[in-house]
Design a protein around this ligand. Sequence first.
Ligand code: NDP
Ligand code: 8X3
Length: 252
Amino acid sequence: MAKIAFITGATSGFGAACARLFAANGWSLILCGRRQERLETLRAELAAKVSVHAFVLDVRDEAAVKRAVAELPAEFADIEILVNNAGLALGLEPAQRCDMEDWERMVDTNIKGLMYCTRAILPGMVARNQGHVVNIGSVAGTYPYPGGNVYGATKAFVKQFSLNLRADLVNTRVRVTNIEPGLAESEFSLVRFKGDSAKADHVYQGTEPLRSEDIADIVYWAVSRPAHVNLNSIEVMPVCQAFAPFAIHRES
Ligand code: NDP
Ligand code: 8X3
């Protein structure tokens, strides 16, 4: 029987690329996101190859997450892989100028949404003594940058939560991996700059960023290691990206 992967935020970017790669490898898929039309298009594309259960879900809605998991059709109930991918950055302003609503949306999606999905799906994995939670963190969870304020802090949560899950799951066969990408081209910047495509395009101008397919490849590689191998974290950047020196303000 085909194994089952649950991918959040499958309507775009990394999530859609993961869905296509898992489908190419014969996995059954549970796909969700908020954009119904995108989900339907992806479902139609992949359903010719594999079983797909796709539904609209806002991961910020705890009751809806619980209901969606509780009401999974029997053939999709035994989830082997959870890819906690749904997430977003909003704005790149210094903290003192940020919009509180943006901060709250990032916390609600990147932290609380990931918590809700994990908490709903983990008991089944533990009961079956099998499964793998793959969280999509970010280099922003480790390295600070101007304007990264709450976005980076949400990804630092993902990093520590992933490690703490490992601590709780040590007496099970359930694996946890945090994948921490750097610059990757997707709709991420368009969302961050609220639809300003000139600003979003500028982020990638003159660079060769990671592609969504690169991240899907890493997710798939991580989950296809032998069952006794747990990759705790994988940090990845495009070759064109590296680190800046510490900033020092000097009085003139
Ligand atoms: P995209 O904007 O292309 O994709 C984000 C996905 O998340 C979409 O499918 C979106 O679907 C979904 N999503 C957002 N909010 C919600 C919500 N409340 N409920 C359900 N789904 C939601 O960006 P990426 O593919 O680049 O981002 C995927 C993940 O990777 C994010 O967690 C991001 O922080 C992380 N990341 C991205 C990097 C990059 O440079 N691109 C680098 C490092 C990490 P919909 O709008 O339909 O709900
Ligand atoms: C996305 C990467 O550098 O834009 O998580 O924060 S970055």
